[in-house]
Structures are given as structure tokens and as C-alpha cells.
Write a protein that binds this ligand. Structure first.
Ligand code: K7E
Ligand code: CUA
Length: 657
């Protein structure tokens, strides 16, 4: 109960911060703050900031320092705006063993790395609810791959990557029995496991495959980070609920004074895997890949995984538990790889562990018992030191590469800057309100770019004009180039921002694809020119091979389609110019539109359910004559003898009068 009271006490503090907001706001923003976040019209931002969309299921891209929203990338949720999840080509991306799942809860993002530095190639994203990991290509800002994770639930400590993107790693927040067994919930201790999945990433293509899993005793793996530099071979996961409660976790998972950080030597685990020591077990999961050449996604259901035995890892001195106070959340590693910061959500201090001390403790067997056979290292033996009185409710920490760490304080609504060397608090700044993650560009890599810090806040309240009960969420930008953090901008965000990452624009902008080369369009349904446009009937399936170019569709008149037909509109955008998509929408379509990029072919499936003249049109205002970019589909009663006819600018004088 002590913990609960403490928690509530913290919430009151949050509330009182909200109460004196005016004073804080005014004192927090100095006169020239606006100039620091100002990016003149026509000028580019310095950083791309990729931010998780939380319950929007997607990823949102902002420019920094302006905070301008520049892109929403559909990942785990259907996106009517461009037809993702609605077009025939993209529907397989959202396939799972539980069928088509059009939504998820997206929390963490990791930019691919080479030698511990961002390389601007891919962005990995987790889905919390129906465990999945996605890969986005940063040349096209498109989701290219989604891998479902079996034996997992609440895929939260995910997707964290090793320094050369060898693996994307995913840990379960909710322990579950392996293989979807039907067991009593009260058999948690016996049957429930928290798994860690190692997804191998192909160096050249980025393609993911589930290499192996490790099943740990039932608990909640919350967050993680790979070691770097000196700790390159290790991976660290924060855990809570090592009480192994399965009901009223709020109370029952807050009993112990300390939970653990799991330290896992992934290099040794990989050796076991490569030596064939894992056991193959049955597990079904979907692997969805978008083929850029064929311009379509396919979904494959895989049937087995390799499970490593924890006992082997224990024997090989490859796994340890480090006590960490009060239900740790963030698990962050400094740029050198020496310091591991655990943030106890309910703790009044921040423990900082030392990698070299952990190694020493292992050598000298400084243990205090075990957790299901996994040796528990003595807290003091692993500890570099504690940051005292940092604030309330520490959640996440990032680094500036100059020896400083920045921790978000959820309960006391502030960002706290402290020194890694002596663990003294150097500066603190209020946030509005209740910050979750924070982010320094490059702040979880070996090479932080420093300069800015963004706080992603959970509560918005009175920061913007009221919009009824539902408010947007909010981010705050700080200039951290000086000794004191300086708040320079608030900007609204989409969905719920959890983690974000930012990298210099120069890593990405010059390789960004402007349009697809029509000569490399290998879609099965492409139409390479207007002369090739056609309509083909096969039974009750009608394939419309349609082209779009400013400002007409070919064909724009189609007759001879009957009620009950399945009509596939394969729209090829013939443009070869940057930023000239064409849209395609048809009346009574229960799905969404298509947005077809230049050089691309996209398919909309339409069930002709009603007799009548059914107009279709381009939805993207592409030219002065965009409003003229439309056509008619005639749907006739089933069994009628209207011949199949199609064309553009073909005037039928016989029926005209
Ligand atoms: Cu702290 Cu899901 Cu990373 Cu949100 S999590 S804040
Ligand atoms: Cu094409 Cu409007």
C-alpha cells in the first residue's frame, strides 16, 4: 500500500503544477525562443523527427526545430488518406494469424545503425497489441515489412536494435503460456513465460526473420536497449511484476522493493543458435513483405521457431538479473556503453549501473541468490551510483554525448539534467504536462547530435485552444546547447507520442525517392500507356487496366458490368514528375480511395452491388482541370445483354440524341 499512496501523492503534484501553469509558462519562455525554433518559409528543417503515433498505430514525421508535421506514415493501421490497407497491394501487410488486423498501438521506434550511429536506411516500429515489428524504408517512407511475433503479448520492449542492426529485439510485456495453451490464469508462475525474440536483419535488404526466442520466467519485460561500445555484446531489459501477479497489478505488482534489469549476452545466445542448440517448436506467425519490384505485398504464415534454453544461457554465464528499485520502466545506455540507467516509475532516485562493475561482480560471484536459476547480482556490486532527489516518477533517459543525461519525470512534470560522472542534478525544467519519453537527436546512439531535446507529454490540458473533451497530445522542444535547458516551442502531435528518434536531415533527404520509374513498373496489372488501357471480363471478375495522367483517366466510360460483378480497378499513374499523385474514388465504395504515386500501379476492388451509373474521379487536385478528371461506370442488372464497352473520348452517336 505504501507504493500506492506514494503514487497518488505524485499525481497531486502533477495537478498542482497544472494549477500554476501561467506562471511557469511565462517564466519558461524567453524573448528570443521563437527565433530558435523558426524555420523560414522555403527553408528545410535540420532534423527529421520520427515519432510513434501510439494508439493511431502509425508513425508521424516532424521537422526540427520547427515542429512542422511533414508526414504520417501508415504502418499498423489502415489509412484511408492514401488507401494503405485498402488497396489489394497493401491489404496483406496487415494480415496476421488472427486475420486482418487494421489497427495497433505503436510505441517505440529505432533508426537502423552502423557502428552504433544512425545510418538513415530503415526505421523499425513495434506494435504493442497484436505483437508485430515493422520496417519502414527511409527512401520512400513506406512500410516494407511486418513480422508477427508468436508467444508474445504486449510487445512493448521492442523494437530495440544492436549496434550494426544485426538484430531487432522484442520482449513481451504480458507473459503468456507458450503455444496458446488453455490453462488456468492462476497457473501464472508455472505456465506463463516472458519471451525475448531476436529478429535477424539482412545487411543489404533489411529483410527480417525471426532467428530465435528465449523464454524467461513469467514477469513483465518493459523496455530495453542494446549495449554499445564496451557493452556491445549485451542487451538489457527492464522488468516489473517480478512478484508474478496476475490480478490487480497496480497493487500486487508493486510489493517488492526491487524488480530486475535482465542482462543478456546476445552474442553468446547467437552462438548457441548458430551451433544448432536451440529447439524447434511449433508457432504460427505471419510474415508480410512488400515487394517493391512487383509493387505488392504478400503474407506468408510461418510454422516454427527456434527456442533457446535458458539453462544453457545460465551455464554459459550469459544471463543475469540486476536488482532495480520500484518497477523500472526506461532502460537506457549511455553513448559509451558503460552506464545503464534504470528508471523506477515509483522510485525517488535513479540508479545508474556500471557495465565494468557488472562484469567484475560476475567474475567475483557477488550474487544474492537467484530468480528461477538466473543469478541475481548484488545491487551495490553493479551500481555506479544513484542520482539523488531527481524528481518524481522517472521514466526515460537520453544523452547529449557531452557527459550529460536527461530524464523525464512523469509525476513531477519536468525534465532533469544530470551529470553521468558525479550523478549530480545540474538543471531542471518544468514540462506541460506529465512527460513520458523524451528524445535528444541521436540520444540513444553512440553519437548524440545534442542541440535539442523533445519532451513527449501525456497530458495537454490548457496548452492549446480547447477542442472539447478530446485534446491532441503535445510535444515540447528545448534548446540544450547551453548550460541551461531552454523551452523554445510547443507543438501538437498525432495519436499518443511515446518514443521518437531524430537524425540529421542530410542522412535521408538526398536519397529520398521522387517518383517511381515507369519502365521499372513490374506490377502484374500495370498499363504502360493509354493505348494499353483495357477492360477484361473473366466470369464475374472484371479487370479494368486504367491509366491516369493530367487530366484524364483512360478509360473513363465503362459499360457491360453487371450487378454481382467484382471489378478490379488497376490504376497506373503515368506521370514521371515529383509530387503528382492521382487519386481514385468510386461512388458507394465501402473502402477508401487509392492514392497512386507517379509510375506506380495500385488496385481497388469494387463490388458492383447496385444497378446504376456510378461515377469515379481523381481525388487529388492535380491540375487546373482536376475537376474534369472523372468517369462513369454503368452497372446493369444481372443477366442483361449490355455489351462490354470502354474508352475515353469515344462518343457513341448511335445512342446520342
Ligand atoms: Cu514510456 Cu510505451 Cu516507451 Cu510510453 S512507454 S511513455
Ligand atoms: Cu488527377 Cu486530380
Amino acid at each position: 500500500m505504501k507504493n500506492i499512496n506514494y503514487f497518488l501523492f505524485g499525481l497531486c503534484i502533477t495537478a498542482s503544477f497544472a494549477g500554476c501553469k501561467m506562471k511557469n509558462t511565462e517564466s519558461a519562455v524567453s524573448g528570443d525562443a521563437a527565433a530558435k525554433a523558426y524555420v523560414a518559409p522555403g527553408k528545410y528543417d535540420e532534423f527529421y523527427n520520427f515519432v510513434s503515433g501510439g494508439f493511431s498505430g502509425n508513425v508521424v514525421v516532424y521537422g526540427l526545430p520547427s515542429g512542422r508535421l511533414i508526414k504520417e506514415i501508415p504502418v499498423f493501421s489502415v489509412f484511408p488518406e492514401n488507401g494503405y490497407g485498402y488497396s489489394e497491394e497493401t491489404k496483406p501487410m496487415l494480415n496476421t494469424t488472427a486475420g486482418f488486423i487494421p489497427w495497433d498501438d505503436q510505441h517505440h521506434l529505432e533508426l537502423s545503425q552502423t557502428n552504433g550511429e544512425y545510418d538513415g536506411r530503415w526505421l523499425f516500429a513495434n506494435a504493442n497489441n497484436t505483437p508485430r515489428v515493422a520496417r519502414i524504408d527511409l527512401k520512400t517512407f513506406k512500410t516494407m515489412e511486418i513480422l508477427q511475433i508468436p508467444n508474445s503479448a504486449g510487445n512493448h520492449s521492442s523494437p530495440f536494435i544492436t549496434e550494426n542492426t544485426e538484430y531487432v529485439v522484442a520482449g513481451t510485456r504480458f507473459s503468456v503460456p507458450l503455444g496458446d495453451q488453455d490453462v488456468p490464469i492462476s497457473s501464472f508462475k508455472k505456465n506463463f513465460k516472458s519471451t525475448i525474440s531476436f529478429i535477424a536483419v539482412d545487411k543489404n535488404t533489411g529483410r527480417m526473420n525471426l532467428a530465435f526466442q528465449i523464454a524467461l520466467p513469467g514477469m513483465n519485460l518493459d523496455l530495453s536497449h542494446a549495449g554499445k561500445g564496451v557493452s556491445h555484446d549485451w542487451f538489457f531489459f527492464s522488468s516489473y511484476n517480478t512478484e508474478q501477479a496476475y490480478t490487480l497489478l497496480e497493487v500486487n505488482a508493486s510489493q517488492r522493493d526491487k524488480d530486475y534489469i535482465v542482462a543478456l549476452n546476445w552474442k553468446k545466445a547467437e552462438e548457441f543458435f548458430k551451433a544448432g542448440k536451440g529447439k524447434k517448436i511449433q508457432a504460427k506467425y505471419a510474415h508480410n513483405v512488400y515487394d517493391e519490384d512487383k509493387e505488392k505485398a504478400t503474407s506468408t504464415i510461418e510454422n516454427e521457431i527456434t527456442m533457446l534454453d535458458v539453462k544453457d544461457l545460465i551455464a554459459a554465464q550469459a544471463i543475469y538479473m540486476i536488482p532495480c528499485p520500484k518497477s523500472p520502466h526506461g532502460c537506457d545506455i549511455d553513448p559509451t556503453g558503460e552506464y545503464i540507467v534504470g528508471s523506477g516509475k515509483l522510485a525517488a532516485l535513479i540508479p545508474v549501473f556500471s557495465f565494468s562493475k557488472i562484469q567484475g561482480a560476475i567474475q567475483n560471484k557477488q550474487f544474492e541468490g537467484d530468480f528461477y536459476g538466473i543469478p541475481v547480482i548484488k545491487y551495490e556490486a553493479a551500481l555506479h551510483g544513484e542520482v539523488k532527489k531527481p524528481g518524481l516518477g522517472p521514466l526515460h533517459t537520453e544523452f547529449d554525448g557531452k557527459g550529460n543525461a536527461y530524464t523525464s519525470m512523469f509525476l513531477s512534470s519536468e525534465v532533469v539534467k544530470w551529470s553521468l560522472k558525479d550523478l549530480n542534478v545540474i538543471d531542471r525544467s518544468p514540462t506541460f504536462y506529465s512527460t513520458g519519453h523524451l528524445m535528444v537527436p541521436g540520444g540513444d546512439s553512440r553519437k548524440p547530435y545534442g542541440k535539442y531535446l523533445v519532451a513527449y507529454n501525456k497530458i495537454t490540458k490548457d496548452r492549446y485552444l480547447p477542442t472539447g473533451p478530446e485534446l491532441c497530445q503535445s510535444a515540447q522542444l528545448f534548446d540544450i546547447s547551453g548550460d541551461k535547458m531552454e523551452l523554445i516551442l510547443d507543438f501538437p502531435t498525432i495519436g499518443e507520442p511515446h518514443y521518437g528518434q531524430a537524425c540529421p536531415a542530410s542522412l535521408i533527404k538526398d536519397q529520398s525517392v521522387k517518383f517511381y520509374d515507369i519502365n521499372k513498373n513490374h506490377s502484374e496489372f500495370h498499363t504502360m500507356g493509354e493505348k494499353e488501357a483495357k477492360v477484361v471480363r473473366t466470369g464475374n471478375r472484371v479487370d479494368v487496366y486504367m491509366t491516369a495522367i493530367r487530366s484524364h483517366l483512360v478509360p473513363d466510360n465503362i459499360e457491360g458490368v453487371f450487378v454481382g460483378d467484382e471489378v478490379y480497378f488497376h490504376v497506373t499513374n503515368l506521370e514521371q514528375d515529383w509530387d503528382i499523385p492521382h487519386g481514385f474514388a468510386i461512388k458507394n465504395n465501402p473502402g477508401a480511395e487509392l492514392l497512386v504515386m507517379p509510375g506506380e500501379t495500385v488496385t481497388l476492388k469494387y463490388l458492383a452491388e447496385k444497378q446504376g451509373i456510378t461515377p469515379f474521379y481523381c481525388t487529388d487536385f492535380c491540375s487546373a482541370l482536376h475537376q474534369e478528371m472523372s468517369g462513369y461506370l454503368r452497372v446493369s442488372p444481372k443477366g442483361s445483354n449490355v455489351p462490354l464497352k470502354f474508352g475515353t473520348n469515344v462518343i457513341d452517336s448511335a445512342s446520342e440524341n
